[in-house]
Design a protein around this ligand. Structure first.
Ligand code: GN1
Ligand code: MG
Length: 350
């Protein structure tokens, strides 16, 4: 959308005109802009992806309900702005839904941890987020995407995609089938059924964590779209896969992908600074989750590849395939480090 279009949408939320509009390219789902208004105040204006989130109002209600809990002296609160007509979303004449959030000046996010301290601080931040949400009742929140992190569900979708895929793409993924069936079976087996349901973020990759630019201290988690009931290990595994992997999730040179034991240990040390909020079963699940989450994301990317790239935004025809190869490689490495991880968890979290 052009700048005047964006400025007009902003005017539905504020009387003060926007003087600068910058597209933010990060994120595979929503369309995002960074705006500065005449008073120098900055905002995040986002178009919510209707294909992915068919009930955008439910997602906004979840965020609005959780935000008052997500604030503390050491946790930066995010603000949600309603439209001038007091709505959570503005609907434009193309039936697109827009929302406005605060932007935290002096903040930054990382695709990879720039230093070891960030791994430790990331563990602290995810622990802080969950400590703050401990009093939330998950049943009061809408399930915005059912079975979002269920491997069983994602495996079924993958099988359906195999039936519908074009021959050319099918041929490319055939060599992966053995690995997929084998790994899915291992990971399903690990799944415990004694885990408490919590209100989870469900997209805790490192670049959804904000840090202060100057001191590199954690501020808060952003991108609360998938805030809904889930299991703690979804959030721990998703954060860990991006903190412990030495390469990006779509790295094409598979030899650059490795598992950093140092980063894993640092993350658990940070997490351990919030004692007592995790159950024994949840602690036991951590080592599995570091393989579970990247495998599940790899399977989702591959399913989308087979379906013809209908879900994720892609920059190249093979991007979904590249992402799945990369995520599978990391899942494989994480599986091989399970006993190392269990040892660290036991030593630090007890
Ligand atoms: C999607 O758009 P973004 O980057 O926030 C996806 C996550 C994946 C992520 C991969 C609703 O999130 O599950 O981990 O891409 N979100 C949804 O980077 O599908
Ligand atoms: Mg997201």
């Amino acid at each position: 959308m052009d700048k005047p279009g964006i400025q007009e949408i902003f005017s539905k939320f504020s009387d003060c005109p926007a003087i600068s509009v910058k597209p933010v390219s990060q994120g595979l789902i929503n369309t995002t802009f960074l705006l500065t208004d005449q008073d120098g105040k900055q905002f995040i204006l986002q178009q919510v992806n209707r294909e992915v989130f068919p009930e955008p109002l439910q997602l906004m209600q979840n965020i609005e309900r959780a935000l008052p809990l997500l604030s503390d002296t050491d946790y930066h609160a995010l603000a949600l702005y309603r439209t001038l007509g007091d709505e959570l979303l503005f609907r434009d004449h193309h039936e697109n839904y827009w929302r406005l959030l605060s932007y935290i000046p002096g903040s930054e996010a990382y695709d990879l941890p720039p230093e070891l301290k960030i791994a430790e601080r990331a563990g602290w931040l995810v622990g802080k987020f969950h400590s703050l949400l401990q009093t939330a009742d998950p049943s009061e929140y809408h399930v915005v995407i059912p079975d979002f992190h269920s491997l069983q569900h994602r495996y079924r979708q993958f099988e359906e995609a195999l039936q519908q895929a074009k021959e050319e793409r099918l041929a490319k993924i055939k060599p992966l089938l053995g690995f997929i069936t084998h790994t899915a079976a291992i990971l399903q087996e690990y799944n415990s059924d004694e885990l408490p349901v919590r209100l989870c973020h469900n997209d805790t990759k490192l670049n959804n964590m904000l840090f202060s630019k100057d001191e590199k201290e954690p501020l808060c988690l952003i991108d609360l779209d998938t805030l809904m009931p889930g299991y703690l290990h979804y959030d721990l595994g998703d954060a860990l896969r991006t903190v412990v992997n030495t390469a990006a999730e779509d790295e094409q040179a598979l030899e650059n992908i490795s598992f950093s034991k140092e980063h894993f240990t640092a993350f658990i040390e940070g997490l351990g600074q919030h004692p007592g909020f995790m159950t024994e079963e949840e602690k036991k699940e951590i080592a599995n989750s570091v393989a579970y989450m990247p495998f599940l994301h790899g399977l989702r990317a591959l399913t989308d590849y087979l379906m013809g790239d209908v879900y994720y935004k892609v920059n190249s025809p093979e991007q979904n395939l590249d992402r799945s190869l990369s995520l599978f490689r990391f899942a494989e490495l994480a599986l091989a480090e399970r006993s190392f991880m269990q040892g660290v968890v036991q030593r630090i979290l007890g």
